[in-house]
Design a protein. Structure first.
Length: 218
């Protein structure tokens, strides 16, 4: 039977979380909002609209949401040509592909941003499909992104593993009925990932690759 290895991208395969923190912080600052960087960090992994709602609340001026998202996109876009893949990210995806896993990305990125992330990973030959923000109505922590990834892979939840770096990833995977693996390279504490549903935790893609045989992806 086929198996699916579903991966979040930002903070999991590409070292971008703190770039998102800085550029979201600047977008909020330009719009007159004082949002602490630690709060932004905890919200990274949510889609743009959900991130703004999470940080500014439901009583915010929602007409400003699109402006905030556009400002973040413009600021973050300055880094597209030099986004750094995490160590062994591409090697990990290729190893899984060689072992018969269908590798699928499940990310809140889309368009030019997603293209830049895939260039950074440099493992398109190992990626069977991508579930992006354009493909779903609800982003993480809703299960829809993971469920869509499983549909693309044509693999049931019990034959899949989802790898991510945030509590939003772990909640989305758990709600989709998929076994979740956490990585610490996004900066979220181990205890938070475990509480959100991680069955196993590794430092980063290199650590997961080195431990692959004993991991849920073994």
């Amino acid at each position: 039977m086929e198996r699916a290895a579903v991966f979040d991208v930002d903070g999991t395969l590409v070292d971008t979380n703190h770039l998102h923190v800085t550029t979201w912080w600047e977008a909020f600052r330009q719009a007159g909002h004082r949002v602490p960087m630690h709060a932004v960090h905890r919200a990274v992994g949510l889609g743009s609209t959900d991130l703004v709602a999470h940080l500014l609340g439901d009583d915010r001026d929602k007409d400003q949401d699109a402006q905030l998202s556009a400002a973040h996109k413009a600021l973050y876009g300055q880094y597209f040509d030099r986004l750094p893949a995490l160590q062994d990210a591409g090697r990990l995806l290729r190893r899984l592909d060689q072992r018969g896993w269908r590798v699928v990305l499940a990310t809140s990125a889309s368009g030019a941003e997603l293209d830049a992330l895939r260039r950074a990973i440099d493992a398109d030959d190992a990626i069977a499909a991508t579930a992006s923000a354009d493909d779903v109505e609800e982003g993480k922590p809703a299960p829809e992104p993971v469920q869509h990834a499983l549909d693309l892979a044509d693999v049931p939840a019990e034959r899949a593993v989802f790898v991510g770096d945030t509590v939003w990833d772990m909640r989305a995977g758990s709600r989709a009925g998929v076994r979740c693996v956490g990585v610490l390279c996004g900066g979220i504490p181990r205890a938070d990932l475990e509480e959100a549903g991680a069955a196993a935790i590794y430092a980063d893609p290199a650590d997961l690759l080195a431990s692959l045989a004993e991991s849920p992806l073994g």
